[in-house]
Ligand binder design. Structure first.
Ligand code: SF4
Ligand code: SF4
Length: 230
């Protein structure tokens, strides 16, 4: 049978349930219930409080807290080598960056720009998990306010934080990752700032790939030698 939608059988005006009971005289006065509520509020006033008067009182989050992601600044420079792994792992595609080559003894690449759209960020921490340099970490900063959409795009100026300010989180990561990977995780802080050149030479005592590439460049620029006499 097709329902007649113009004449609903039950609605808030006409429907009456057989389980419905009449309110007593006291219930109809509502006063007992109001007094019950007031007594409950009075009791709660003398119980210990767990709330803060934010923003006058700030919460100090634990090291395990995942606040907004920030870039670690090591001796005034970013640890980031612009490998792009964090941007690749970021589920809402909040990270964008551009790599540039730099003339630095410790590393060859750095981000020329690095942006996180904080309107997209879901604080998942994947960027921190995948970063091979421990260059991006979740900070304890939860106090984030924007005036506009453009304002929500954080650039290097707002993302970089000295590692001293992030010590609590970095220490937490060290213990957390060690527990997670057991003896297989050999993370060392000194590995943070490295150069492919140095790493290559460390692991290859012979002629490394970098050395070979340099030799090739020298060979290419050398003047041709005549072996055959005419
Ligand atoms: S915390 Fe998650 S969503 Fe936010 S930038 Fe990192 S990977 Fe992207
Ligand atoms: S923050 Fe880490 S993962 Fe992201 S580009 Fe820099 S080095 Fe790579």
């Amino acid at each position: 049978m097709q329902a007649n939608l113009d004449r609903p059988i039950h609605n808030s005006v006409s429907s009456s349930s057989k389980n419905e009971r009449e309110l007593t005289f006291l219930e109809r006065l509502y006063l007992p219930e109001i007094f019950k509520g007031l007594i409950y509020t009075l009791k709660e006033m003398f119980r210990p409080k767990f709330t803060f008067k934010y923003p006058e009182e700030k919460w100090d989050p634990p090291a395990a807290f995942r606040g907004r992601p920030v870039l670690v600044q090591d001796n005034g420079e970013t640890r980031c080598v612009a490998c792009g792994l964090c941007a690749r792992a970021c589920p809402p595609l909040a990270i964008s960056m551009q790599a540039e080559e730099i003339d630095d003894l410790e590393k060859e690449r750095a981000p020329s720009f690095f942006e996180i759209n904080m309107l997209r960020c879901i604080y998942c921490g994947f960027c921190e998990e995948v970063c091979p340099e421990e260059a991006i970490v979740m900070s304890q900063d939860y106090d984030i306010v924007f005036q506009s959409r453009d304002d929500a795009v954080y650039g290097l100026d707002r993302l970089l934080k000295p590692k001293e300010e992030l010590k609590e989180r970095l220490d937490f990561l060290k213990s957390y990752k060690n527990n997670q990977f057991g003896s297989f995780w050999d993370y060392q802080e000194e590995n943070n700032r490295h150069s492919v050149r140095d790493r290559d030479r460390d692991f290859n005592p012979g002629l490394s790939i970098i050395d070979m590439a340099e030799q090739q460049t020298k060979n290419d620029s050398a003047a041709p030698v005549k072996f055959w006499k005419s």
